[in-house]
Structures are given as C-alpha cells and as structure tokens.
Design a protein around this ligand. Structure first.
Ligand code: PPS
Length: 293
C-alpha cells in the first residue's frame, strides 16, 4: 500500500513495483504465474488500465467464437477472455480448451516465463495517457472499493506517481516496448482502433491467424462499436455488479473518444503532464495520437 507518501489506498497492495486489487488476488498467486504453463495457441491481451481492454476483449472473443458472432451463445467477455491475475470466477485455467484467451494488466516482468520465451501470443494495446488518466479518474469514482480521495487534482498527481491499480502508465508502456523482443507481440493503439476499426480487426485476426470472411468481419466491426457495446450486456461490464462498480448503469463504457482530456485538464496541468511525459518517455520511439479532428 502506498501509505507513506500521501497516496494511501486500503484497497490495493504493492508488489514488485505495481499495485493490485486486494480483494481479487494475492502475492502468492501472482508469484505462481511465473510457472503458468503456456500453450503455443494462447493469446494474451495486455494493457495498462483504461486503454481499451474491454473493447479488445470483445473483438478477440468475436474473432474466435462463432457463437458470440451469431448470438447463439450468451457468455460474457470476462468469461471468454478472463483476467490472468484476477481469476474472479475461479476458473480452471489449466484445463480450458485451446485456444485460450486471457487479459492482463501486468508489467512484462510478471508474465509467465514461457510467454517471455516467445511462446503464445501477446496483443499489447496502449492509449494516449491523457485520455487514459481521465478515463481512470471517472472509473475510480465508480469503483466502490478504491481510495475515497477522488478529487480530480489529487487523482492527477496520483496517476503521475503511478499509485493506482496497474502502477505507472509510463513504466508499463516503456517496459513492454523495450522488452518487445522477448515476446511474440503485436502492438495496437486505442486511437488506431478508433480511427479505423475494420483495419484493426483485420490486423488482429491476421496476427492470431484466424481466417474470417467479409461477413464475419462486418459482424465483428458492428458488434464492437462503442454504441453497440454500451448496450450489450455481455460486453458492457454491468455483469460485474454493484459490489464492484456501484450503480454504474453502463458507465464503464463512458464516452469512448479521443481527446476528452481537454475537457478536464487545466492549462497548467497539461503543461506539467507534457513535461513529465518528455522526461519519462523522450527516448522511446512511440508516437501517440492526442486528439482526432
Ligand atoms: S479496464 O478497466 O482497464 O478494463 O478499462 P478498459 O476497457 O481498458 O478501458 C475503458 C475505456 O475504453 C472505452 N471503450 C471503448 N472506446 C471506444 N469504442 C469501444 N467499443 C469501447 N469499449 C470500451 C471505455 O469507454 C473507456 O474509455 P472512456 O474514455 O472512459 O470512455
């Protein structure tokens, strides 16, 4: 817990530089994942929180499951693409049929050893951190069990300090990019998905080697739009219930836009953010999209 530096949050614990939800996992379980046996057919969707995880879960499950595409199966996204570090439905991951799909917010160094030896596949989705911060701020306000110091000014500082679930955006993105050669990995950005969803679906399906016909692709694109997902009870996370997200009423899918940070960040905060970003990320060759006209 980040107690000593003014960012105390009783609902998370720190482990090896990142923060986890106290109710949903343990140090022992995270440690055990080092030896989690990977199959070549496994696909891991990895993100820093609020970067488009649920969106990509939806795309992946639609790519892999015909029953999800044609509506003959009613299985929610979290069951189809469960969290590695948060096994909230107590599933038997070892005996799941192939191909197994997983989600994770973990840094590269906590992932199973086999995955770090280029077995299985990783799709890493990242989003410009100003929008990620704003999305996270709204998410914290929904969450029942998260720090109750939720003013925008404080959350802004908390995010820069990395004292939030998932740790520091800057360390997460840097870590995965600089260790990319250890993994069989595809990088995607939230913004490219937003600009051209169809191309994003094709890119992901090519990477996971799933052939789809035009009709399948059309269905996936349609079911993965913000509007459709917001009203899809299998995709909009209302199934998590009020214990976790309060009376969110679909608020998990909040706006789904690029550039919303401009509605919340002050000029001074924006300048501070830009400087912080420059200091932390200057030598990393990634190009982010901060707004779409
Ligand atoms: S979490 O809690 O880490 O799993 O959250 P995550 O799913 O990564 O991020 C939530 C944000 O993604 C937006 N979202 C979408 N945007 C565009 N299109 C679609 N289909 C879509 N699905 C989810 C969601 O609205 C959150 O962003 P904000 O900016 O808060 O709206």
């Amino acid at each position: 817990m980040a107690q000593e530096d003014g960012f105390y949050d009783p609902y998370m614990f720190e482990y090896k530089g990142v923060y986890f939800n106290c109710d949903l996992t343990t140090v022992e379980y995270i440690d055990s994942l080092e030896h989690f046996a990977i199959r070549d057919s496994d696909v891991f969707l990895v993100t820093y929180p609020k970067s488009g995880t649920v969106w990509t879960q939806q795309i992946l499950s639609l790519i892999f499951n015909e029953g999800h595409r044609n509506g003959t199966e009613a299985i929610n996204n979290i069951t189809r693409v469960p969290w590695l570090e948060y096994n909230i439905y107590n599933m038997d991951y070892d005996n799941r049929p192939s191909p197994r799909l997983f989600s994770s917010h973990m840094p590269y160094y906590l992932m199973p050893k086999d995955l770090r030896n280029r077995r299985g596949k990783v799709i890493y989705v990242y989003r410009n951190p100003k929008d990620g911060l704003v999305s996270f701020y709204h998410f914290y306000k929904l969450m029942v069990k998260a720090t109750n110091s939720k003013s925008w000014e404080e959350f802004f500082e908390r995010f820069l300090a990395g004292k939030v679930f998932g740790g520091s955006w800057f360390d997460h993105v840097r870590g995965w990019h600089t260790h990319k050669d250890d993994f069989n990995i595809l990088f995607m950005t939230y913004e490219e998905m937003k600009k051209d969803l169809r191309s994003a679906v094709l890119k992901i399906s090519a990477f996971v080697e799933k052939e789809l016909d035009d009709e399948d692709v059309n269905t996936i694109v349609e079911k993965a739009t913000f509007e459709n997902m917001k009203h899809d009870p299998l995709a909009n996370y209302t199934f998590l219930g009020e214990d976790l997200l309060g009376k969110s009423e679909g608020g998990f899918l909040r706006k789904g836009t690029v550039g919303d940070w401009k509605n919340l960040m002050t000029v001074a905060q924006n300048e501070r953010f830009d400087q912080f970003y420059k200091d932390k990320m200057k030598d990393l060759p990634i190009k982010l999209i901060w707004h779409i006209d």
